[in-house]
Design a binder for this molecule. Structure first.
Ligand code: P6P
Length: 342
């Protein structure tokens, strides 16, 4: 069968009435920007883009209080510049910027809001481990021409599209419009994303979990119990052995799950409880939850469905339990039972 490019796929989706022309253009522009980010990340030390932004002693810090990598800043600029002139956006929001970024006055405005983590897992850049871009698309509220933070604070169920690009051995785009989750592989010779997996389905059950075990002593009791049972293997109550992976790059861990199943956890722990969690709701948890659910998986905070949360802040953090539906439901049940018991 003739390979289908991203552009052809988007035209098919428009003809089927599942997306409109403006959203189609937005996704094309984001995909093209991510190809430029792929080029920048692939240069490694030769590109002079490794290491922290700013100078020693005065590192550039992002809104999260984290040292920005040069590639964080470069990737953010690439996405902002690519989306400024197209006329499909009302504003952008990014992990790397405190406030929403309006579309410059000299350009026409559109009806969409784009949120992104321009380079997730960037601490892995300097050790050449896969990183990625995560993005989420919302509708701009009617008659709003200068979107404010509150215009972005929509539940994940309101997303029109979500996706990520993983910059790994291959550069892959995984995308959903709410009609299945689909994977595109960048054909570097042609420069096009080509459909490589249509309507992905994640196995309901799994024997592979991803978590940063070094935080174990800080976890809540239900998480201690749940992970303890995974580690007990076939001699324990679960009656089977489990394997563990942790890349410390959400896009890479989620892509493994999209590809072969598994579960990913970043639970609340005593160290981060005050912040609400580690991962950000608006441009990490919500887009990943949309992608995972559309592939038949589940995504909760350990207590409730991530996509039904009413956001309270642009950079709000939440606990994340996502992946194979059967296993996420077990971990979530342990937390809900504990809450009832208390
Ligand atoms: P830890 C990367 O900084 C990130 O936001 C996610 O990509 C990743 O899953 C997580 O944090 C890793 O956290 O505590 O293991 O470094």
């Amino acid at each position: 069968m003739k390979p289908v490019s991203l552009i052809q796929f988007l035209i098919e989706e428009r003809r089927a009435g599942r997306i409109n022309a403006e959203l189609s253009l937005l996704i094309e522009v984001v995909a093209r920007a991510c190809k430029r980010i792929a080029v920048a990340t692939s240069k490694g030390a030769l590109g002079g883009v490794l290491g922290n932004a700013g100078s020693p002693g005065s590192l550039s810090m992002n809104v999260q209080g984290e040292a920005q990598k040069k590639l964080d800043v470069i990737s953010n600029e690439i996405l902002l510049e690519a989306n400024a002139w197209g006329g499909h956006l009302a504003a952008c929001a990014s992990e790397e910027m405190e406030d929403p970024q309006p579309i410059p006055d000299m350009y026409p405005k559109g009806n969409h809001l784009l949120l992104f983590d321009p380079l997730d897992g960037s601490s892995n850049i300097d050790v050449n481990i896969s990183v990625g871009t995560i993005f989420s698309v919302l509708r701009c509220p009617e008659h709003v021409t200068e979107p404010k933070v509150e215009d972005f604070l929509q539940p994940g169920t309101q997303q029109l599209a979500a996706g990520y690009v993983v910059y790994g051995p291959a550069t892959l785009l995984v995308l959903t419009f709410g009609h299945g989750t689909h994977e595109f592989t960048l054909d570097r010779e042609v420069g096009s994303f080509m459909l490589s997996r249509r309507d992905i389905r994640i196995p309901v059950d799994t024997a592979e979990f991803a978590i940063n075990m070094s935080n174990q002593r800080h976890w809540e009791a239900p998480m201690q119990r749940y992970v303890g049972e995974l580690l007990a293997g076939k001699e324990g109550p679960r009656g089977k052995d489990f394997n563990m992976r942790w890349v410390a790059s959400m896009v890479a861990d989620v892509h493994r799950i999209i590809t072969r199943g598994g579960v990913f956890f970043y639970p609340l722990d005593a160290k981060i409880k005050a912040k609400g969690g580690k991962l950000r709701l608006m441009y990490e948890a919500n887009p990943m939850a949309f992608i995972i659910e559309q592939a038949g998986g589940a995504a909760t905070t350990g207590r409730e469905r991530i996509m039904e949360l009413q956001p309270t802040g642009l950079h709000q953090r939440v606990p994340v339990f996502l992946g194979s539906r059967g296993e996420v439901e077990v971990a979530t049940r342990y937390h809900r039972e504990a809450d009832v018991a208390y």
